[in-house]
Design a protein around this ligand. Sequence first.
Ligand code: PMP
Length: 285
Amino acid sequence: MTRTAYLNGRFLPLDEARVPVMDRGFLFADGIYEVAAVLHGRLVDNAAHLARLDRSLSEIGIRNPHSAQEWERLETELVEKNGVREGLVYIQVTRGVAERDFSFPKGDVPATVVMFTQEKSIVANPLAESGAKAITVPDLRWKRRDIKSVALLAQVLAKQQASEAGVAEAFMIEDGVVTEGSSSTVFIVTKAGALVTRPLSHAILPGITRKAVLALAEETGLAFEERLINARELFEAAEAFYTSASAFVMPVVEIDGKTLGDGRPGPVAKRLRELYFAFAARDAG
Ligand code: PMP
């Protein structure tokens, strides 16, 4: 089936969707993106994703071209046109097309809006059964990681290092502490049984899955701490896992070649993965 994309008000075949060379997204990575999961053909936790999109755009001074209601209508139409049952919707908004100049273009330059879908098995993911492996890498990024910017070169390089090491994710380290995964939020469970993740700040992306997982932990009476995680603690943890819209809750069984626990997904990660599935299925209606 031909994939359908959305570009500036039109649904069209993906391979016909073209953005001009002078687009500021292409020249400067001057844009924002967002990714939401699709389960049973419906968007998961989408209001939270659209709220983060709105915040990211506002932080870099791009006017949000659509209301949340309009976004959701367009995304839903795109999911239907592509017949996606399980996967994700990708949204990108850039500052538009203008003569190359670092400062913002003068006048009312319309934002470029792109959307496409990807099919992906999220629930029946064999990696979640065996548990994922990760490596640690230095965090090379800028200082406003709370903004979901399309400037992802540091993450591209981190993920490539992970691929070359034959593992699924790279955990980024700065000043001896864990910031986040190259495309995920990091959690550990200490040997004392504490669930820990880093507090929100400009240093990390406010993960939508992170927020839902913490709410689920709270609902089930699972205590958690939001504090910095020392890189050393990763290797001493009873469990580790990472979360994202496209992986949900992914247990980690090995970091930098060192096995965690008994080398199998831990009980807390497994439980939170199940709880998140139930939440996502409820939310997707
Ligand atoms: N941190 C980074 C750097 C990411 O790229 C992602 C995935 N977009 C996340 C965290 C997880 O965020 P979410 O749960 O909203 O997908």
